[in-house]
Design a protein around this ligand. Structure first.
Ligand SMILES: Nc1nc2c(c(=O)[nH]1)N[C@H]1C(S)=C(S)[C@@H](COP(=O)(O)OP(=O)(O)OC[C@H]3O[C@@H](n4cnc5c(=O)[nH]c(N)nc54)[C@H](O)[C@@H]3O)O[C@H]1N2
Ligand SMILES: Nc1nc2c(c(=O)[nH]1)N[C@H]1C(S)=C(S)[C@@H](COP(=O)(O)OP(=O)(O)OC[C@H]3O[C@@H](n4cnc5c(=O)[nH]c(N)nc54)[C@H](O)[C@@H]3O)O[C@H]1N2
Ligand code: SF4
Ligand SMILES: [Mo]
Length: 790
């Protein structure tokens, strides 16, 4: 028996756990943790189930072409050769391009946080951009946008890496790493053991919430109010880093009564001789008792500031008369103070005493490391919620400080996503960009909602093709009117996947992707502390691809060649592509192959880099008051309406979450995972269940004005009594265990996303209200229950 052990990392989710794969007689037989790797102390059950994934009987092994009409339950798949499939796909893409322009072909990609697509993410984008398409459909608006991109409006960069090792306090807001990022959960528990404090904000007592010093349980969708309320208390009690806010935020900048920032031109008129920079912002220096001028280009004041005012109202003389202005911070404070502890309690359910204790803890136990994720981003006001939490964080002064959220150095790579290949005029055509210029379309990421409109109504222009790498948006996007009609209407729909999921059923061509154990992948930075972030690792393929499956990157390179785009793809030479990617880091592919556990490839950490370079915002400072949002027609300070859809007759707040067994709509067909969680669950408080005569384990019906789904009740005293939390992504049967699938739209429909309107979204980012819908839950009678098992 020939046994080989291969170092790598599990690429199935964001945790990227360092692992060792065992190959016995050419077959992957086990995947185990590699405790020497920064993320390798544990592996979850999904990583351990990798052999089942690789050898699953459901795997696609050959390129397939449909022979039956779209919408038929059986597409009549017929095997075709790769050559025939890719040649015809390229021809049809070019035909669409000829009649509708390159933007007439959209691309799609699944999430790199919950699948292994990260191996090809950049190349897929390069293909879209080299082809000339500004349209890549991606889950980002309900996923990583609000941690990776939206914080740039406030901080000039993403959320950073929490420095758990040195944190005095850790804040997890709508983020449950025990399930979704085990390497983080492990690091947090280690921090707790050495005395760090933990605050969790989650309507459920899930994961680490049970171990928290403070667990706040707001009603879903009220997080923005909670963040403002906490910030209000911190300001009122003086629990904030006054110097940091003064010196590094735009809080001292004076704001006119009409909401615009006061500028030098307002004070002296454009004809002023003193200065040639009329755009300079103005602060009131309390010690000097006069205004100073701030130039973002430098960025500096016209003379050293002593004590710029954060609070108060200041009347300044202008050519048109006196003008009373207030520092931006004062406006922010006023907004926060409107959310008194009593009002916060009323709106969120978090009691005043707990609010006070938590506000104190966040400040006194600082430095604070924080993370928020989908609990707060799948909301109708996700951008402003993210800003409210980000500003609360800024009050602690922990940004980029030891023990705070740090931008640790990471291995430098060449970005091959090819945004530069797209002309600015073409980039501006991203669907949804006109409506949401500060949201994902600015980076070329589009929603199913906007794609459906383009395909079905030709608005703002027709899209006729979709080349999609993974994703199952029929299950993972909210109910989007016309989604299926759109899939039928497309002239060309190509889906690349390991499995035939319900979205793939509409494809013209279904192409088999190799599993991540059958292809190599590169990880640059594991997002865990200085050491983890510095690691560069080239994960080798450990077994050959099954059947005719091929890696997504190989498919991209091959398709590029047939489209005549080889010159943009290193002449079709993948190794040359890898060499190019690695150039800036100075570590070559040979070195990486010789060091399969990875190589540290980043310099040492410098904290508080803003002291040298400022923040990458228009003002060079943290933008408490966002002029960019104001200019785009949004509130410059976070503000909240009653965001939750509270419909009469639907008294419960509905929310959703992830479980350790699965990622999104995947893995229900893998026996070792499905055995642990055979049926879709909805968690209810025992009192809520009792009031509806629902018992533990009973099948129930969840209803909203949009749709209904069936799930099995799981009673849980750790959830708010007015809230229920249901699973999503159920469709797949597990024949080995005799467990059913969950037909879409059928009697045993268990699609959560059918309950949520896809027509309502955050006006800035497009995020859907997956966690802001009200619902009702009814017990199912036994005969109805029988249906759910079919
Ligand atoms: N096992 C597993 N791991 C995964 C994934 C997976 O599918 N399965 N997916 C990966 C991906 S793509 C992502 S984006 C991450 C996401 O990682 P997380 O954001 O941690 O994922 P969730 O469990 O969906 O949501 C986190 C918590 O938000 C809470 N929550 C629900 N509603 C609200 C609310 O209104 N307010 C607040 N404050 N909290 C709320 C839920 O109770 C839940 O505990 O996980 C990644 N890791
Ligand atoms: N109700 C509800 N809905 C949600 C969420 C939620 O919390 N609640 N979370 C949202 C979030 S955070 C996200 S990221 C989205 C995810 O939404 P999707 O991107 O649609 O993710 P999945 O449902 O996991 O579908 C992934 C598909 O890609 C395939 N796949 C996996 N790896 C690869 C690969 O390497 N190559 C190729 N070609 N295919 C691969 C899988 O087999 C599967 O068919 O869902 C969102 N939808
Ligand atoms: S948590 Fe599980 S699925 Fe995610 S990377 Fe680690 S082992 Fe893989
Ligand atoms: Mo995600």
């Amino acid at each position: 028996m020939a046994t080989e052990q291969v170092y790598g990392y599990c690429p199935l989710c964001i945790s990227r756990c360092g692992c060792i794969s065992t190959v016995t007689d050419g077959r992957l037989t086990a995947v185990e943790p590699n405790p020497d790797h920064p993320t390798g102390r544990h592996l979850c059950i999904k990583g351990r189930a990798a052999p089942e994934l690789v050898y699953s009987p459901g795997r696609l092994l050959h390129p397939l072409r449909r022979t039956r009409p779209k919408g038929a339950s059986d597409p009549g798949w017929q095997p075709v050769s790769w050559d025939e499939a890719l040649s015809e796909i390229a021809e049809r893409m070019q035909a669409i391009q000829a009649s509708h322009g390159s933007e007439g072909v959209a691309f799609g990609v699944t999430t790199p946080s919950g699948t292994s697509i990260a191996d090809a993410f950049g190349w897929i984008h390069r293909l879209a951009h080299a082809f000339g398409s500004p349209n890549v459909m991606f889950a980002t608006e309900n996923c990583n946008w609000h941690k990776d991109q939206a914080p740039a409006e406030t901080f000039g960069s993403g959320i950073g890496v929490p420095d758990f090792e040195n944190a005095g306090c850790i804040l997890l807001w709508g983020f449950n790493p025990a399930v979704t990022w085990p390497a983080y959960a492990d690091a947090i528990l280690q921090a707790k053991r050495r005395g760090a404090r933990l605050v969790v904000v989650d309507p459920r007592r899930a994961g680490l919430a049970g171990r928290a010093d403070s667990h706040l349980q707001p009603r879903p969708g009220t997080d923005g109010v909670l963040a403002l309320g906490l910030a209000g208390l911190m300001m009122e009690r003086g629990w904030f880093d006054r110097d940091f806010i003064r010196n590094w935020s735009n809080g001292p900048f004076l704001v006119r009564p009409d909401g615009q920032m006061l500028t030098e031109a307002d004070l002296y008129g454009k004809a002023d001789q003193h200065s040639n920079n009329h755009d300079r912002r103005v602060v009131w220096d309390e010690e000097l008792q006069r205004p100073l001028f701030y130039d973002p280009a430098t960025p500096a004041f016209n003379e050293p500031a002593r004590r710029p005012a954060l609070f108060g109202a200041y009347t300044l003389q202008t050519p048109t008369g006196p003008l009373t202005c207030r520092p931006a911070f004062d406006r922010y404070a006023q907004e926060c103070r409107a959310y008194t502890p009593d009002r916060v309690a009323e709106e969120t359910g978090v009691l005043p005493e707990q609010l006070e204790n938590t506000a104190r803890l966040l400040f006194e136990a600082r430095p604070l490391a924080y993370y928020h994720w989908t609990g707060v981003c799948q909301q109708l006001e996700a951008t402003q919620i993210g800003r409210a939490i980000g500003l609360l964080y800024a009050l602690t002064g922990s940004l980029d400080a030891p023990g705070g959220n740090v931008r640790f150095p990471r291995p430098a790579l060449n970005d091959i996503s090819g945004h530069e290949l797209l002309s600015p005029a073409q980039a501006r055509k991203s669907l949804g960009r006109a409506e949401r210029p500060l949201g994902p379309p600015a980076k070329g990421w589009i929603t199913t909602h906007d794609l459906a409109r383009a395909v079905l109504a030709g608005a703002p222009y027709p899209v006729r093709g979709l080349i999609n790498f993974g994703a199952n948006f029929r299950l993972t996007k909210p109910a989007t009117p016309g989604l299926e009609a759109m899939l039928k209407e497309l002239d060309l729909f190509v889906h690349v996947d390991l499995f035939e999921n319900p979205t793939a059923l509409f494809a013209d061509f279904l192409l088999p992707a190799a599993s991540p154990w059958e292809r190599s992948g590169l990880a640059a930075g594991f997002q865990l502390g200085e050491q983890g972030e510095a690691l560069l690792q080239l994960r080798p393929a450990v077994v050959p691809p099954r059947g005719e499956s091929r890696s997504d990157s190989d498919i991209v390179f091959d398709l590029a060649e047939r489209l005549g785009l080889s010159d943009r793809f290193f002449g079709g030479d993948r190794e040359a592509g890898l060499r190019h990617v690695l150039v800036p880091g100075g570590v070559g592919a040979e070195t990486l192959r010789a060091h399969p556990q990875g190589v540290p490839a980043a310099g040492s950490t410098h904290y508080r880099k803003y002291r040298q370079k400022g923040f990458e915002t228009p003002s060079g400072r943290i933008e408490i008051y966002s002029e960019r949002l104001l200019d785009a027609g949004h509130a410059p300070l976070p503000q909240f309406s009653a965001t939750e859809q509270r419909d009469a007759g639907y008294p419960l707040a509905l929310t959703t979450a992830k479980w350790p067994q699965f990622c999104h709509s995947q893995y229900r067909g893998l026996p070792s995972l499905r055995r642990r969680l055979p049926d879709p669950l909805v968690q209810l408080h025992p009192d809520t269940a009792a009031a509806r005569s629902i018992f533990d384990g009973q099948w129930v019906l969840l209803q909203t004005p949009v749709g209904r789904m069936q799930a099995k009740a799981q009673l849980d005293s750790g959830i708010r009594p007015d809230t229920v939390c249901a699973q999503y992504g159920w469709w797949e049967a597990c024949p080995e265990l005799g467990l059913p699938g969950h037909a879409l739209g059928g009697v045993n429909n268990s699609s959560y996303n059918a309950l949520i309107s896809g027509e309502r979204f955050d006006p800035i980012s497009g995020s859907n209200g997956l966690r802001t819908q009200s619902c009702e839950v009814l017990p199912l009678a036994p005969e109805q229950e029988a249906h759910s098992r079919q």
